[in-house]
Design a protein around this ligand. Structure first.
Ligand code: ATR
Length: 275
């Protein structure tokens, strides 16, 4: 029987996840379907229960439900616990298991697709909301020299750093204005790109040839990408992270690792997006 999965969100109609997972399934010969499921803003739990009761095996969770999904999981992976959010659920017979594959997706995109090792590098994480919290633990695990989290609201950056302080690499929190200069890898995890804005930090944060990655993709990321290119950095959007987090979820469900490069190329061609 075909195993059912879905991406659950609100809104969810623009999600690329069904196309990505369809390619993974075809490539690995897995008999599964993957759909979009729109859940009411105040009704994630009943929507998930109905989906699971219909025989579904798991789902991805997107905006705005990653915290609700965390609460609904009976068990959580270590990285989901650290992130405080769940983007992947597996409906095991013994209970729902929650994982968070966003951080691994980001790290794999930076290291494999963009070809930038994180070890020993200076990393700047811009933002301290849910998107930043979802990736900080995985960035730390890649052993950079240090990570500075900068945010408009300093308290939130400090809280995020405090919750990860035991993980053994130097972490610092600062305001956007106090962002350190000459960082090797700059990751924009704020929602400012939704407004089509350039980066919320000064260009001095970029070391020559830095990688500057926005977790968004499509037109929303363009302001940041233009800013990065104009200041000599290598711009990168969030499409690679999207495909890599999907591959991690696919592995969590199916125990198989799909090839991501051809899928990323196909999705990029479909979107007609810039590199
Ligand atoms: P997400 O789940 O996308 O991370 P979020 O948790 O609401 O959404 O976090 C949004 C992030 O974008 C925060 O870091 C927020 O800064 P504050 O914590 O100070 O609110 C940041 N952000 C949103 N609008 C911003 C703006 N105009 N300038 C700078 N940072 C902004």
């Amino acid at each position: 029987m075909t195993d059912r999965y879905a991406v659950v969100g609100n809104p969810v109609e623009h999600s690329r996840s069904p196309a990505i997972h369809a390619m993974f399934a075809a490539q690995t010969g897995q008999d599964l379907s993957y759909e979009r499921l729109l859940a009411p803003l105040d009704g994630l739990a009943p929507a998930l229960r109905a989906f699971a009761a219909a025989g579904a095996r798991g789902c991805n969770i997107t905006v705005p439900f990653k915290f609700d999904a965390f609460a609904l999981a009976a068990r959580r992976t270590e990285r989901a616990a650290l992130a405080g959010a769940v983007n992947t659920l597996r409906f095991d017979a013994e209970g729902w298991v929650g994982d968070n594959t966003d951080g691994a997706g980001l790290v794999n995109d930076i290291q494999r697709n963009a070809g930038r090792a994180l070890a020993g590098r200076r990393v700047l994480l811009v933002g301290a909301g849910g998107a930043a919290a979802g990736v900080l633990g995985s960035l730390i695990a890649a052993a950079p020299a240090g990570i500075t989290v900068v945010n408009r609201t300093l308290d939130k950056a400090q809280a995020l750093v405090n919750s990860h302080a035991h993980l053994g690499i130097p972490l610092a929190a600062a305001t956007l204005a106090d962002a350190p200069a000459a960082q090797d890898i700059v990751v924009n995890a704020t929602s400012t790109s939704l407004a089509g804005a350039a980066a919320p930090v000064d260009a001095r944060v970029l070391a020559p040839g830095a990688l500057a990655l926005d977790m968004m993709y499509g037109p929303q990321a363009q302001g940041f990408l233009d800013w990065a290119a104009a200041h000599g950095a290598q711009p990168r959007d969030g499409l690679g992270m999207l495909v890599e987090q999907a591959a991690e979820a696919f592995f969590f469900w199916r125990g198989l690792r799909p090839e991501t490069a051809p899928v990323l190329a196909a999705i990029r061609a479909e979107l007609g997006a810039a590199p």
